[in-house]
Design a protein around this ligand. Sequence first.
Ligand SMILES: Cc1cc2nc3c(=O)[nH]c(=O)nc-3n(C[C@H](O)[C@H](O)[C@H](O)COP(=O)(O)OP(=O)(O)OC[C@H]3O[C@@H](n4cnc5c(N)ncnc54)[C@H](O)[C@@H]3O)c2cc1C
Length: 428
Amino acid sequence: MKFVLVGSGLAGGLLAAFLGRRGYDVDLYERRADPRAGNFVGGRSINLALSTRGIHALEQLGIAEEVLRHAIPMRGRMIHERSGELHFAPYDVDPNKCINSIGRAALNTTVIEAASRHPNVRVHFNHKCVDVDLESATAKFEDGEAKGDAVIGVDGAFSAVRAAMQRKIDNFQYDESYLAHGYKELTIPPAPNGSWQMEKNALHIWPRKSFMMIALPNPDGSFTCTLFWEFDNFKATTHDADVRRFFEREFPDAMPMMPDLLEDFRANPTGSLVTIRCAPWFYRDKVCLVGDAAHAVVPFYGQGMNAAFEDCVVLDECLAEFPQDRHRAFAEYFARRKENTDALADLAVGNFIEMRDKTASRLFRAKKKLDHFLEAALPGIYLPLYTMVTFTRIPYARAARRARIQDTIVYVALLALLLAAIALLLCH
Ligand SMILES: Cc1cc2nc3c(=O)[nH]c(=O)nc-3n(C[C@H](O)[C@H](O)[C@H](O)COP(=O)(O)OP(=O)(O)OC[C@H]3O[C@@H](n4cnc5c(N)ncnc54)[C@H](O)[C@@H]3O)c2cc1C
């Protein structure tokens, strides 16, 4: 069986490695140049948070250790107030549970190398897919075409494979929604001695209610900062003096660590934040979508790549379960993933509000402490939502449902305690 994969980003490389391991013939086509030759053009975040779901996928291929060797563990959120005051909130009651900051370029290279180890996997760079003939499973490129038994679109949020499905499948459901916010990447370079200028093992957040900046550590001592701000504000802030004033007012502790702020702000693009939902993710036994091509989510839960890696694991399992019936395998994969990635899309938008607004509040910090207390007191029974999403492989939809039930029980219990306390006071 021959698969033509379009897109060798994070999920494309990983999926090629899974399919190669099963002995399938794989041709992987990527519109960009080979990242292994040092010409990585990201266009997205420079570094990402890798957590349990992504690590599990890498473990299946025996490359988790290699990837984690280059990662920096982040044990919690470091909240920066305007006053410069810092609050550290661990991600979990167990201090060993952390998320991992990894470079996109290094990870992309590792998964492509893992795929290339299989002689039945061939990777072709500088091939841009422009269309797909669904019936014959043929991907068309600017300069030729490739026919397989199936084409898999792993070509990201603005997928050409999905666009072909949209054009040709009756009643194909498609929904995209953009946030009013965009993002811009900025840098905090290493200190003169090469070390990190802030706490290295934390994800730094400057929550400012309607906007925020975050920073993730890099192995070279630098931090990549991402400013999430309304597009209108980005557009209106064109003069260096305005940028300087804004940073002095909002991020006074970060500004002195950002000597290239003005150049970075001018030169770096403003990215958009999109949620994409579509259905179905497959066409007969001919075409299938994986990763952002099927379900792009906004980055506030740090799960887009982790979910894309989980897709690869599930598709691999479905192909193993139905080796003679690819149509059934694709349908089963879609059925197992769709509800969960829809739930993740909602969780990711919700977490933007939590990160930019609530993390600064005392009430939020008290709720996190209560979460950790209950998790420790009721092991295996009470699991905070963040823990379920980030540190387990409980399907996203089930995690969201369970968190709603837990929250209701906790609120009812707190209310009952409050009423009991009031009743006792009145009796006295
Ligand atoms: C600011 C930001 C921060 C993020 N942070 C995190 C995080 O911390 N943790 C996390 O899990 N996720 C994060 N994500 C999400 C993560 O980046 C994506 O979910 C992940 O990259 C999806 O992988 P993919 O392989 O599906 O798509 P991509 O990584 O986008 O790869 C698609 C590939 O297809 C290629 N391609 C596109 N079109 C064509 C074509 N026509 N022909 C041939 N090739 C093509 C592209 O060049 C690219 O190489 C973040 C996203 C953003 C924007």
